[in-house]
Design a protein around this ligand. Structure first.
Ligand code: HAM
Length: 420
């Protein structure tokens, strides 16, 4: 019979103990990032992975690539249009509006899978994981600083090298409009020479032309007006002060051509890129989205947020001290011996910092010790027929050649375990 394979662009993540593998790094990263979020007193929110398709059309934007070409949407058995979430912000705000929490401030974090039907390549998947932060209810100023501070904490926690946080400001509604008009006016004579995608962008969302990967468009844009000339002094001050204050912690660059691929942004926007990644070099992105809550039927709720692409971020980190001290627990008896496993059960409760790896499979002591060495165990605790009869266990050091193997009573084994 034919084998059933996983879908294109969707990974099975299995951590088989190799610390350099993507799954090992990803799982490690998830734990560490949660700790950082908690240290900023952010509250966790989990929203469903399936939402009404209209949610994304109204938020991310009907003309965006994400909604136009990449969304996984289909009708359910009741003929309702539903979609796998391509990102997390829309669901969070939908939930806040639905629960009538849109009158107060919130600092939230979430983590989980997202889906986009993109052309898979290194660092680009159809199912990928994001860790996101949304700060809701506070106007421009302090939340921007806090967001950059969280990003710097994450970058420094993992000692990331060769990465830059690019920041920009999309202006107020008025200045954005003036800039868009100037850009459209500038690009009008070149319209025919733009590719189909950029022509579409020019019509639907001119700012997105700045994000074009087409070299001809990029060449034309070299002489285009810059948003810098249209920004209010407060916006320029914000960009400059963030650059000045945080540049000694992280590399921060003001990039006036930075725009984002989702429609809900207004004001301050940012992206973090690393030259250690390939073509997909952006491992984090976000910005302010003050109008989204009202657009989804809620109150006015000024907000800012960001999301980290965890698979891309994982490529940049090294996993250190993944586990605490590992002890291998080896039972070599001719029969299944519940008593031996009960000893292991008790040991676990004595010291929660220790990872006790019970070697379940049948096989020789030699094979089990080989496995214990492979998983970097510090000690093997061996229980065979003799030990069971005498109520003892063997403690075999695996890392320290000077330490001798010894047979101890179960009480002494407990004390040894507690003291480690
Ligand atoms: P985004 O820039 O679309 O923003 O995605 C954030 C990050 O997710 C990207 O920087 C990238 O690292 C990762 N990512 C996106 N697509 C893929 C993919 N196909 N494969 C692997 N990684 C990917 C958002 O999603 C916004 N919701 C961020 C935000 C939160 N803005 C405000 N609040």
């Amino acid at each position: 019979m034919d084998k059933i394979k996983s879908l294109t662009g969707m990974l099975d993540l299995y951590d088989d103990g190799d610390n350099t593998s993507l799954p090992a790094k990803l799982f490690y990263l998830e734990e560490k990032i949660k700790d950082i979020f908690k240290s900023y007193k952010l509250d966790e929110i989990r929203t469903p992975v399936l939402e009404d398709t209209n949610l994304f059309i109204r938020s991310v934007g009907g003309a965006s690539d994400i909604v136009n070409k990449e969304i996984y949407s289909f009708n359910d058995r009741n003929d309702k249009g539903i979609a796998l979430r391509p990102e997390g912000t829309a669901g969070v705000i939908r939930s806040i509006v639905e629960k009538k929490l849109d009158q107060s401030n919130h600092k939230l974090w979430y983590m989980g899978p997202m889906w986009r039907y993109e052309r898979p390549q290194k660092g680009r998947y159809r199912q990928f994981n994001q860790a996101g932060v949304e700060i809701l209810g506070i106007s421009e100023g302090a939340p921007e600083i806090e967001m950059i501070s969280i990003i710097c904490s994450i970058i420094t926690e993992f000692n990331l090298e060769n990465c830059t946080i690019k920041i920009n400001h999309l202006g107020t509604q008025k200045s954005k409009e003036s800039f868009c008009n100037a850009l459209v006016g500038f690009l009008a004579p070149y319209k025919e020479s733009l590719d189909e995608k950029d022509q579409h962008r020019l019509e639907k969302n001119p700012l997105r032309v700045l994000d074009s990967k087409n070299t001809n468009t990029q060449e034309i844009l070299k002489n285009a007006p810059s948003i810098k000339e249209f920004l209010e002094p407060s916006a320029l001050n914000l960009l400059n002060s963030i650059k000045d204050e945080f540049s000694d912690i992280c590399d921060i660059e003001i990039d006036y051509s930075l725009v984002r691929g989702l429609d809900y942004y207004s004001g301050f926007v940012f992206e973090a890129v690393s030259s250690n990644l390939g073509a997909q070099d952006s491992f984090l992105g976000g910005g302010r989205y003050d109008q989204l809550c009202e657009k989804l039927g809620g109150k006015s709720l000024p907000s800012i947020g960001m999301a980290i692409g965890l698979e891309r971020f994982a490529e940049l980190i090294e996993v250190n001290n993944l586990l605490g001290k590992v002890i291998s627990f080896i039972v070599v008896t001719s029969n299944l011996e519940p008593k031996a496993y009960k000893i292991a059960h008790q040991l676990r409760s004595l010291n929660k910092d220790i990872v006790l790896d019970i070697h379940l499979s049948e096989g020789s002591l030699k094979a089990k010790l080989r496995k214990a060495n492979k998983n970097n165990s510090h000690y093997a605790i061996i229980i065979g027929e003799e030990e069971l009869k005498n109520n003892t266990a063997v403690i075999k050091p695996l890392r320290n050649e000077l330490e001798e193997q010894r047979t101890v009573s179960i009480d002494d084994l407990n004390s040894f375990f507690k003291s480690m």
